[in-house]
Design a protein around this ligand. Sequence first.
Ligand code: GDP
Ligand code: MG
Length: 696
Amino acid sequence: MSVSEQDKPIVVALAGNPNSGKTTVFNSLTGARQHVGNYPGVTVERKEGHADFDGHELQVVDLPGTYSLTPYSLEELVARNFVIDERPDVVVDVVDASNLERNLYLATQFIELDIPVIIALNMIDMAEAQGLHIDTELLTQLLGVHVIPMVATTGFGKRELLDAIVEVTAKRTKPRVTISFGSELEPHIASVTEKLDDIGLDDQMRISPRWLAIKLLENDAEVVKDLRERIPQAEELLEGVVRARRHIREVLGEDPEIAIGDRRYGFIAGACRRAVATVKRPKVDITDLIDDIVTNRIAGIPIFLLLMWLMFEMVFTLGQPPMGWIEAGFEWLGAVAAAWLPPGELQSLIVDGIIGGVGGVLVFVPNILLLFLAIAFIEDTGYMARTAFVVDRFMRYIGLHGKSFIPMLIGFGCTVPAVMATRTIDDEKNRLTTMLVAPLMSCSARLPVYLLLAGAFFAPEIAGKVVFGIYLLGVLLAMLMALVFRKYLFSGETTPFVMELPPYRLPTLRGLLVHMWERTWLYIKKAGTIILVASIIVWFALTHPAPPPELSAADSPEQAAVHAAAYSYAGRISKTLEPVLRPLGFDWKIGTSLIAGFAAKEIVVATMGTVYSLGETGDEDEGLREALQSDPQFDPLVALSLMVFVLIYVPCIAVVAVMKRETNGWKWPLFLIAYTSGLAWIISFIVYQGGRLLGF
Ligand code: GDP
Ligand code: MG
């Protein structure tokens, strides 16, 4: 036996809810060797005892019984301070198995603290008697900490507990899971964590910065006080926290601490739903009732698909009329500007470049609003969390799991937050796979392209179905590529994990509107910034250099404009690429749009707006849709091939940038660009050439 083992006893803190059997466990571990006193400075009973096991000396401290680690009561504060200040080697959380969900709340807080913890799943005799069967091995994997079944009154499980204490102490095993707080809270937690990291506070306090961030968002008075004492930059940081809290309250319609608590219960509910089998269910609440239906093994997936289909129908149908109005508005604006400005460079820049480009993108604001409204609704009700549960079994076939599904769903809105949402996936292989396939989930910026093309080349009755089909193709390709990546790029098993099931809530109208507006506003802002600049660049590249006069002398104005564009920089670049694009049914005009679309996918539409607007004379101004219809290059098959290409090919610059940040390097973003371009070409080739062969 080594000296160090002799010298320093293993300090074990016993924590748990009142009446979970803590004292019984304590007595069973320490026998007669115990003494009782008070915690320094407070009259809260402190019991301490010793135990010898397998050559190790254990010093066991019985913490006051608590339900949580918030500093609302003296007991809770004492328990928390002991854990944080004294740093026991391991915390044993005694949990009443017959009252599992409620008791596990405390456990989530130790997991958040990221300290070595063991769950003593006590009173399993009572649980069995109630008809509960708990799969402790699965629970161990889901919670990422040891779960030891025990009956403290008989000594059952005592040996296993002691073994676990020695093992966890020797290996300093920390919880292997991170509890995710959902897409509204996580970004706030991440940004506070980052600030704490920058300050270097975790080194000073030797505590998980993520835990500190969560506590700050919960407005934990002790942590706030501590921070003020320790660091000079505290006020600035706390101001940021106050803003974040206000934002959360506005969007969710409830206090952040309530929302955070709900997510903890969601984590527990998700774990218990998988690891606990009930012979007879004691009580049924409304959340359970709905979950029995929507997470049903058989009905779950059809219900989900039906809801998705309804969502796209709604986006398409309700968005159509306001879209027409905005379109008419921009046509009018273009005509007015053309009438007021003298013909020449400036008129062309404003009418063709800016109004054509930016207008072409803003036309789709109603659809984007509706799409974000629908996404906010399924997110805020709690249904989005269920979808992960529903598709989990299916996702396992392709080597992913349900948790990867939420980033993918968010990807329907925008790929940038989708890539960030992969942070909740602990498993690195799964995380990278999810990141690489998430861009195939068609984001809202691509929607304008589909709406334009489907609207122009397919009858109104089937246009919505074509768009839905493109989305579906994206999903299927994502599945396929996930399968390929998991097999060849990142092979190996993944560990089980918890999918949180937060309680259902009726979303607040305000929350929905805020969510919807925040995201739509980003879209509009993009139209006013990146897209405006890109439109001007594209316009310049399309109109310069001017062709020599002899080239266009004899032509009609339309043909002259086309010749001029073909002569321009953009035309020359795209003409070089034409051999590659021809087999897909694309000409140089489409090529130009696709290149420009790398900045942002809406720019594909903006560029078309400019290209086709240049060919017109001011007085016979027509909408982009009609302009496309009258272009002989286009037909439904080309439109389809183009939609498919836009779906798959390189995501926008913003996605590449966020991917570089999230993976710490250029390797994966470059890989993403390469594989999506290749895949886009292949699938579009199949669609176009296949369609031609079939005689379309
Ligand atoms: P504490 O409040 O957490 O310290 O809980 P106690 O240790 O005082 O236990 C509360 C009650 O539960 C006592 O009557 C114990 O005898 C009983 N108890 C403790 N562990 C078990 C167990 O594993 N099974 C059963 N059936 N009863 C237990
Ligand atoms: Mg007790």
